[in-house]
Ligand binder design. Structure first.
Ligand code: SF4
Length: 306
C-alpha cells in the first residue's frame, strides 16, 4: 500500500490476471422478494423498474446468449479483449431454487472465456444451500464473488427504505458465503433518509469489522420510477451534494481494512434513468476529488482501521 491511496479494483484485476478483464453484466431473468415474481411490486425505496441492471442490457430481457454475445463482440473488436467476468447484476440473482440457479450460471459460464463469476443479491436470498452452490464453482484459478447489499447497518434505516431484511440477516448471509469460500463485496449507500455522517461512519465501522473482500460505496440517487421519488417531489428529502459525498467516501476509506478492494465510490446510473440529484459530479470527477481529499488530509485507506 506504500504510496497507494486506496486499493483500486481495476489495479487488483490487472495484478491478478496480467491484463484488463471485462465485466459482462447480465440479467438472468430473476426478480427479488421485494418486487415479486413479475417484478411489478414496489421494492426498495431507491429502486426503479430496471432493478439496478446495466443500461446497456436495454428495456427487454433477452436470452443470456444474446446478452453475452452483444457485450463481448464490441469489446473483442475494440480492445482485443479475451478475458471476462460473468456478472449476474440485475435484481437478486440468487432468488430461485438451487437447480434453477445452477442451470442459469452454467448456461452463462459456457458462453464465454469467463475467469470469474459475480452474483449480485440481497441477504435474505442466501441460505446454506445457495452458499454451497456458489462455493462449488470456486477453483484455484476461478473466483466467485457475491455482491451483497447492506446499504446501512442501521435497522431503522433499512426499514425506512423498505429493504425487507435487517442487519442480522445480512451478517448471517455474509458468514455463510465466506464459509463456502466465496468472496463478498458489500454495497453501501451514503445519504439515506435520516442518516448523517455519524450513522454513515457507524455503518462503515461495522462493515470494516467484517473485513470484506470488496466494497461498493454509492451516493443516494433517485430514479424517476422509485418510491423515494414521490417523497422527493413532495419536498420531503434532502441529499448530500458531491462534495459532502466525497468527504464521506474519504472518511469511509480511512476506516476500511487496507486489503479491502474498493470497487466503486459513486453511483453511475445513466442520467436518463435517475432524476435526483441532477447536478451530481460524474464518476471520474468524484474519484479525482476523493484522491485530492485523501492527499490533502495526508491520509489513505486503512489509516484508522483497527
Ligand atoms: S434494489 Fe434490489 S433488492 Fe431492492 S427492490 Fe430493487 S432489485 Fe429488489
Amino acid at each position: 500500500m506504500a504510496g497507494v491511496l486506496y486499493r483500486k479494483y481495476s489495479d487488483y484485476l490487472k495484478e491478478k490476471y496480467g491484463e484488463t478483464v471485462y465485466r459482462i453484466g447480465v440479467d438472468g431473468g430473476f426478480s427479488c422478494p421485494n418486487r415479486g415474481e413479475d417484478r411489478t411490486r414496489p421494492g426498495c425505496a431507491f429502486c426503479d423498474v430496471y432493478g439496478v441492471r446495466a443500461a446497456y442490457i436495454g428495456e427487454t430481457v433477452k436470452s443470456l446468449e444474446q446478452q453475452i454475445r452483444a457485450s463481448v463482440a464490441p469489446l473483442k473488436k475494440r480492445y482485443n479483449a479475451h478475458k471476462y467476468i460473468l456478472y449476474f447484476q440485475a435484481y437478486s440473482s440468487t432468488w430461485g431454487s438451487v437447480s434453477r440457479l445452477r442451470k442459469t450460471y452454467d448456461e452463462g459460464l459456457a458462453l464465454g472465456n469467463f475467469v470469474e463469476l459475480v452474483v449480485s443479491t440481497r441477504p435474505d436470498c442466501v441460505d446454506e444451500d445457495i452458499a454451497v452452490l456458489l462455493g462449488s464453482y470456486v477453483r484455484d484459478d476461478f473466483d466467485v464473488w457475491v455482491e451483497l447489499g447492506l446499504q446501512s447497518a442501521h435497522d431503522r434505516s433499512l426499514e425506512r427504505i423498505n429493504r425487507g431484511h435487517d442487519k442480522a440477516c445480512f451478517e448471517k448471509a455474509y458468514k455463510l458465503l465466506k464459509a463456502a469460500g466465496v468472496k463478498v463485496a458489500v454495497h453501501m449507500i451514503f445519504g439515506l433518509p435520516g442518516e448523517d455522517r455519524k450513522e454513515i461512519l457507524e455503518s462503515t465501522d461495522y462493515l470494516a469489522s467484517l473485513r470484506p473482500d470488496g466494497v461498493k460505496f454509492h451516493n443516494l440517487h433517485i430514479p424517476t420510477g422509485s418510491p423515494l421519488y414521490q417523497e422527493y417531489t413532495a419536498g420531503e428529502l434532502s441529499f448530500p451534494d458531491s462534495r459532502r459525498h466525497v468527504g464521506y467516501v474519504a472518511d469511509a476509506l480511512e476506516r476500511m481494512p487496507p486489503e479491502t478492494i474498493i470497487m466503486r465510490m459513486t453511483t453511475d446510473t445513466p442520467r436518463m434513468r435517475h432524476k435526483v440529484p441532477g447536478a451530481f459530479l460524474n464518476k471520474s470527477s468524484v474519484y479525482n476529488l476523493v484522491r485530492d481529499e485523501l492527499q490533502k488530509r495526508g491520509s489513505r485507506q486503512g489509516i484508522y482501521f483497527s
